[in-house]
Write a protein that binds this ligand. Structure first.
Ligand code: HMG
Ligand code: MG
Length: 296
């Protein structure tokens, strides 16, 4: 049976935008439950400026409590060499560098334009690979940008190809604001797969307009077999006003298992984790599945 890999991004992409302080113990409990549910790739934090994203300021403490050389991978976002040094010091085994296909988004997000960001990421990737780390890449705004509107598939392909050439084992294509529809996602994938093999791509869909599941289905039809998702549909992006969370892991699992794909992830256990983090944040889970199933 065909297998699909899920990269759980809730503890990073999900929590980075929360306004309320989230205790370390709550983060660790969430990550523990996600690992127990069978998720093997759990993005655990980001070594970015705490002034820009205060919720990720305790990433070193998060990593200090995880088993970093076991079966579960805990990638962390790294924007520059300073972030890489912090990640290495904290014992990270995998990092993610994060570029964008939109000039304005790149400047707002990481304070540097696309061209210069790629030079910066190249230095980070070289040093990380030399230190034996795995490097994942992100391209944001693969369909649209909150500042510039439509983004051309060709630009996405250029940035994805650059990240792939730098040694990223996988490039995650982010519909950061969730504006994509299946036709536009397929046009974007058509351009990107001319540069990067489809088995090296991941789909990262935010669900602002309720299109994420439709876009995942389209990407599956185009051969993509890795998807990023966030337990309880947590999240947003601090540099993309109005962007809602990533597609919920529970809803993606419901789609995939219903279609006969295997994931190795227990849907019920993820749904329990969704209710627990939603309770900790004082609201209902953002996923259709968790609300339909209810508490266990
Ligand atoms: P900069 O202004 O170019 O950096 O910021 P700088 O070298 O000029 O330093 C400015 C300040 O930042 C200094 O501190 C540095 O020490 C500090 P100050 O002197 O003002 O006190 N600094 C750092 N601190 C901690 N860790 C670091 C670091 N580097 C510098 N690594 C920087 C560049 C990237 C750091 C900043 O703009 C930043 O942190 N931005 C936040 C980026 C971010 O986390 N965005 C959200 C994640 S991306 C996302 O969600 C999209 C994604 O999910 C995919 C999708 O959905 O599309 C991945
Ligand atoms: Mg995201």
């Amino acid at each position: 049976m065909a297998r699909v890999k899920i990269v759980e991004v809730g503890p990073r992409d999900g929590l980075q935008n929360e306004r309320q302080a989230i205790p370390l113990a709550v983060k660790l409990a969430l990550i523990g439950r996600l690992a127990d549910a069978g998720l093997t790739h759990i993005e655990a934090g980001a070594f970015v400026s705490p002034k820009c994203v205060p919720q990720m300021a305790d990433t070193a403490e998060v990593l200090a409590s995880l088993k970093l050389d076991g079966a579960v991978r805990y990638p962390v976002l790294v924007p520059n060499l300073a972030g890489l040094e912090a990640a290495l010091k904290a014992g990270a085994r995998e990092i993610a560098i994060f570029g964008a296909a939109s000039e304005t988004f790149s400047r707002k997000n990481i304070n540097v334009g696309v061209h210069d960001s790629l030079a910066r990421f190249e230095a980070v990737a070289q040093r990380a690979l030399a230190a034996g780390l795995s490097v994942r890449g992100y391209v944001s705004c693969v369909v649209g940008c909150p500042y510039e509107g439509d983004v051309s598939p060709r630009k996405v392909a250029e940035v994805a190809a650059a990240l792939y050439r730098m040694g990223c084992y996988e490039v995650s294509l982010g519909d950061t604001v969730g504006v994509g529809t299946p036709d536009r996602v397929l046009a974007m994938l058509d351009a990107v797969t001319a540069e990067v093999p489809v088995d090296r791509l991941a789909g990262h869909f935010h669900d602002t307009y309720g299109m994420a599941i439709a876009n995942i289905y389209a990407a599956l039809c185009a051969g993509v077999r890795t998807f990023d998702s966030s337990v309880a549909g947590l999240g947003g992006c601090p540099y993309a006003r109005g962007a809602s969370g990533n597609v919920a892991t529970e809803d993606v699992l419901y789609l995939l298992h219903g279609m006969g794909y295997t994931t190795g992830v227990n849907l019920d256990a993820v749904t329990d984790a969704a209710w627990q983090i939603a309770d900790a944040l004082g609201r209902e889970p953002g996923s259709k599945y968790a609300r339909a199933r209810g508490r266990s």
